[in-house]
Design a protein around this ligand. Structure first.
Ligand SMILES: NC(=O)c1ccc[n+]([C@@H]2O[C@H](COP(=O)([O-])OP(=O)(O)OC[C@H]3O[C@@H](n4cnc5c(N)ncnc54)[C@H](O)[C@@H]3O)[C@@H](O)[C@H]2O)c1
Length: 247
């Protein structure tokens, strides 16, 4: 029961890694708030989680919506932990990748992370709490046909480390998880149209036999970083990728 007495917000909780994290946190005693743009998915997650998590719909691409989410969560109490997991993947040949697609990824994955982290920090200073952001193996390496997503996740890594330095002396820890391929709707999305040289994409395939992670594998790492067991960990980018980045 690592999260007994803790108020925890999980974004991206309508699906995949966010859902698995929400269920784990609730099972370990958290007072849970789950947020996503997908209301129906949140209701399904709430049925799987212990207790009665509070459901809040928000849009990560909208700064005001991020601020309102934090205001709603903290109106009748503070917050101890933010698991910032919402995100989108879009990839394909760069010469066909227009500004609109690039901007959408940046707004949701990067600006959304900044807006939510900034809004929550005053509350985490109060509670001496922590943030776990969801980066990616693509935060630490280049991935062919994936410049926009990789840029957004390199940005999440930059935000994570910078905030860790800025807020360490106020008792707030900020870390990120960098998953490789995960068995979720995003991870199993059909490949894009266009000329893809798969050899380039597969340069960084998992090395373990059956190296694809399950959402529950990632949730375990999020939970560790969010827990008091990780009290000495901040500014870290934890990879969990079946050896994708090993060499
Ligand atoms: N699946 C993978 O292989 C993989 C690998 C590395 C990192 N990640 C990261 O993990 C996180 C979760 O991904 P997942 O694999 O569980 O995908 P998923 O598609 O199953 O879940 C993503 C969730 O984010 C929500 N979301 C999307 N846009 C939103 C918005 N504008 N506002 C609020 N919520 C929004 C979706 O509704 C969905 O519930 C993402 O940040 C993703 O980039 C995934």
């Amino acid at each position: 029961m690592r999260f007994e007495g803790k108020r925890v917000l999980v974004t991206g909780a309508a699906s995949g890694i966010g859902r698995a994290t929400a269920v784990l946190m609730a099972n370990e005693g958290a007072e849970l708030f789950i947020a996503d743009v997908n209301k129906d998915g949140l209701s399904e997650t709430a049925e799987l989680a212990a207790g009665s998590p509070t459901i809040i719909v928000y849009d990560a691409s909208n700064t005001e919506s991020c601020k309102e989410l934090i205001a709603e969560v903290t109106q009748d109490g503070g917050l101890d932990i933010l698991c910032n997991i919402a995100g989108v993947l879009d990839w394909g040949p760069t010469l066909d990748f227009d500004d609109e697609r690039f901007d959408r990824i940046m707004r949701i994955n990067l600006s959304g992370t900044f807006a939510l982290n900034r809004a929550v920090l005053p509350h985490l200073i109060e509670s001496k709490g922590n943030i776990v952001n969801m980066a990616s193996a693509a935060a630490l390496q280049g991935v062919a046909y994936t410049a926009a997503y990789a840029a957004s996740k390199h940005g999440v890594a930059g935000i994570t480390k910078s905030l860790a330095v800025e807020f360490a002396d106020r008792g707030v820890r900020v870390n990120a998880v960098c998953p490789g391929h995960v068995n979720t709707p995003m991870g199993n999305k059909a490949p894009p149209e266009g000329d893809i040289v798969w050899e380039k994409v597969m340069r960084n395939a998992p090395k373990l036999i059956e190296g694809t992670c399950e959402p529950e594998d990632i949730a375990e790492m999020v939970a560790y970083l969010a827990s008091d067991k990780a009290r000495k960990v901040t500014g870290s980018l934890f990879t969990i990728d079946g050896g994708q980045l090993a060499g």
